[in-house]
Each structure stands twice: as structure tokens, then as C-alpha cells.
Design a protein around this ligand. Structure first.
Ligand SMILES: [Zn+2]
Length: 173
């Protein structure tokens, strides 16, 4: 008799590009190895050190491009361009980041995830439905959470989303 597979979920919808699949476990161990190699510590991402931490990435040819707020036309708060090892952010975002704003630190880690995981458009094709492990956005989220957890930084994605919701409810301007 044919039985339904209880483990089957609804088809996954990609949020980002379809990339080579990576398990959560693989991303976690990669992120931890990277943090060790770069000698990232908890205080590497606080207000006094984050700017220096990001500058040291220039050794890896990774650059942060800060754009004037009035020239920022994207709806997203930051953009990673893995091909160019570049992360673009508006000035206002960068200022809050270097003030140590938890949300922006997490977003920066997410963008670094795109760079370090080598995400590129159209990297991977398959006939089957995509799985979350192939979604560049899911992978970058896991990377950011992995670093935040390993370094014991405040906040993970789930907590920050709740906070975004609260903020939405509060802002009536
Ligand atoms: Zn992303």
C-alpha cells in the first residue's frame, strides 16, 4: 500500500539564487573555521572595533562601499556583489553599523555570508524542486546565525525578525 511521506513539506520557494546545496551543519562548521582563521572575537563586532574588523577584510580583497544616502535607490538595506567581493551599504546603515546596532551587524554578517560562500547567479541548475539548502538567502542567513552564535553576539535572525515586527508596529510617522 502506498503511504504518504510525513516528512514531505510544501515546495520550497527560493528567496535568492539557486546555488550548490549546503547543509546547516556544513555552513556552521565553515563559519566557525573562518571566524577562527580571521581571529574574530565577540568584541570584533562591537562599536569600537567593527570598523577595524571590516577594514581587515581588505587583505582578502573584500571591500565595503559606503554610498551616499540620496544615491541609494535599492529597497534592501545592503547589497552583496560576490563576483566583485564587494558589499554596498548606504551611509546611514554604515553609521548605525559602526555604532554597533545589532540588526545591522547581523545584516552585515549575512552579506559577508554571500561573499564567503561564493554565491553567484545561475550557478546551479537541476530538474528537481529547489530545497532550502540551495537557496543563497537561506545559506547567508544560516552563515550569519552561525557566526553570531559562535561569537556569542547578541541576536539571531529569529529574534531580530521579532524586533522588526515590533518596530513596524511602533513607527507611525
Ligand atoms: Zn542576502
Amino acid at each position: 500500500m502506498k503511504t504518504l511521506d510525513d516528512s514531505s513539506e510544501e515546495p520550497f520557494r527560493l528567496r535568492g539564487h539557486r546555488v550548490m546545496p549546503l547543509t546547516e551543519q556544513k555552513i556552521y562548521s565553515y563559519a566557525q573555521g573562518l571566524a577562527d582563521k580571521l581571529e574574530w572575537k565577540r568584541n570584533s563586532f562591537n562599536a569600537s572595533n567593527i570598523e577595524h574588523t571590516l577594514q581587515t577584510l581588505e587583505v582578502w580583497k573584500i571591500n565595503i562601499d559606503v554610498i551616499d544616502d540620496h544615491e541609494w535607490i535599492s529597497l534592501t538595506r545592503a547589497i552583496a556583489e560576490p563576483d566583485q567581493l564587494l558589499i554596498r551599504v548606504p551611509n546611514q546603515f554604515y553609521k548605525s553599523l559602526t555604532d554597533g546596532l545589532t540588526e545591522n551587524v547581523w545584516i552585515m554578517l549575512h552579506e559577508l555570508g554571500h561573499i564567503f560562500l561564493g554565491h553567484r547567479a545561475g550557478m546551479h541548475f537541476a530538474d528537481k524542486h529547489p530545497q532550502k539548502q540551495e537557496d543563497s538567502e537561506w545559506q547567508a542567513d544560516v552563515f550569519a546565525d552561525a557566526i553570531a552564535e559562535y561569537l556569542k553576539l547578541p541576536g539571531n535572525k529569529k529574534q531580530l525578525e521579532l524586533k522588526f515586527e515590533e518596530n513596524k508596529g511602533q513607527s507611525r510617522t
